[in-house]
Design a protein around this ligand. Structure first.
Ligand code: ATP
Ligand code: MG
Ligand code: MG
Length: 376
């Protein structure tokens, strides 16, 4: 079939749609009714809610095969969709990554390194979980958490009944606080025949619980890099996965990697691949879900990806001064065309490529970030 269906209309869907167009596919985007950067690149859109049967019918009538650009989707819809047209990754894999309780249980069942955790459904279970896991931990809601939302750090001494009541979730995970040295992630793609390819792991630095910048390749030993690939492979195989996945890790001082979470789609820490790799993560996603062979993941140049959160915008409607980027000589700007909102919404990113005669990309990224923040 020649029409790709993308469930979700955000920037990840947009960057996939741009690639799909270059490959000659027609594109239908199911926006769910939200502001949609992807819609601008689509041949058709479906704008009803994700649990609306008429919208599902409209979507599957328009698309020959489908994928998702975010995972917080009703699983009943995904299962029905999959009955009608090929969906990759499969609904089970998406659901496992959507629900933190299923995700952590999956890791435990497959003997994949993870933080110690307990499932929590009420205040009693929270008290028991704190006893088993230890007082230093983080309570995470099972569904709909992102950018650190739906999480609460515990240090000991809290009134747990009160904590649970205020938390306002009926299913959560309490996990041990990991003393990590740094955070890493890897992008892995798996095709219909089960072949896997891996991108160089990224080193991720967060600001206010949101990814701020990624350094690629990560500054870690070959053993750590190899371990990341092996763990990622084990995950995609166990999920019978077709598509691209981001796996987030904590790297501990003893060199051990611990899986934090998985994203069943392109990932923010893979945005450097757009300029720094032979095949971008979006092109790879397209190739994997369309049943094509996978492309080369070769890193063409070391790179730093800097997220543009809306706090670098001065005021609504007023753009930051991009000119320092053009003085840099080897930076590329990717804007998502989303409306400014106060706070820290992801509105774009910049890739700083290493180049002879230029300073280290990390220093260049930081210099520019400071220029922008000085104005905020
Ligand atoms: P996103 O999906 O946007 O990456 P999220 O809301 O799903 O974020 P997590 O990735 O679970 O959240 O956690 C956000 C950040 O909080 C992590 O990247 C890490 O910096 C910190 N964090 C989360 N869990 C732990 C833990 N158990 N120990 C130490 N730090 C943690
Ligand atoms: Mg997450
Ligand atoms: Mg995360």
């Amino acid at each position: 079939g020649s029409t790709i269906g993308i469930v979700g209309g955000g920037q990840l869907g947009m960057m996939l749609a741009v690639k799909a167009k270059q490959y000659g596919y027609k594109i239908v985007v199911w926006t769910g009714g939200s502001e949609s950067p992807a819609a601008k690149f689509a041949d058709a859109t479906v704008d009803g809610a994700y649990d609306d049967p008429a919208s599902l019918a409209e979507f599957v009538a328009a698309a020959d095969f489908a994928t998702v650009e975010f995972e917080n989707l009703p699983v009943e819809m995904l299962r029905q969709l999959e009955q009608e047209i090929p969906l990759s990754p499969n609904s089970n894999a998406i659901y496992t990554c959507q629900r933190r309780d299923l995700e952590k249980t999956f890791l435990r069942e497959n003997n994949i390194p993870r933080a110690m955790f307990e499932l929590v459904h009420n205040a009693d279970e929270l008290a028991k979980a704190v006893e088993r896991v230890g007082a230093q931990g983080v309570l995470k809601t099972a569904s709909f958490g992102y950018d650190g939302k739906g999480q609460q750090r515990l240090h000991g001494g809290e009134d747990l009944a009160q904590v649970w009541q205020d938390f306002g979730s009926d299913c959560a995970v309490f996990e041990q606080w990991v003393q990590f040295e740094k955070e890493l992630s890897i992008m892995v793609a798996r095709d219909a025949e089960g072949n896997c390819v891996f991108y160089d792991p990224a080193e991720n630095v967060h600001r206010h619980h949101i990814l701020d910048h990624s350094i690629v390749p990560a500054r870690a030993s070959d053993e750590v890099m190899e371990n990341a690939r092996q763990i990622a492979q084990k995950i995609v195989e166990a999920l019978d996965y077709q598509g691209i996945m981001g796996v987030e890790f904590f790297l501990k001082a003893d060199g051990q990697l611990v899986v934090n979470e998985m994203a069943p789609r392109p990932h923010n820490s893979g945005h450097h691949t757009m300029d720094a790799c032979e095949t971008s993560q979006f092109e790879q996603q397209l190739r994997a879900v369309a049943g094509l062979s996978l492309g080369s993941t070769r890193l063409l140049s070391p790179v730093v990806m800097l997220n543009l959160l809306s706090d670098v915008w001065k005021n609504s409607g007023d753009q930051p001064d991009w000119n320092p980027l053009w003085d840099d000589g080897s930076a590329t700007l990717h804007l998502y065309g989303k409306a400014y909102v106060k706070g820290r919404r992801k509105l774009g990113h910049v890739n700083f490529l290493a180049k002879d005669g230029l300073a280290d990309p990390l220093d260049r990224a930081k210099t520019i970030q400071q220029k922008w923040f000085a104005e905020v």
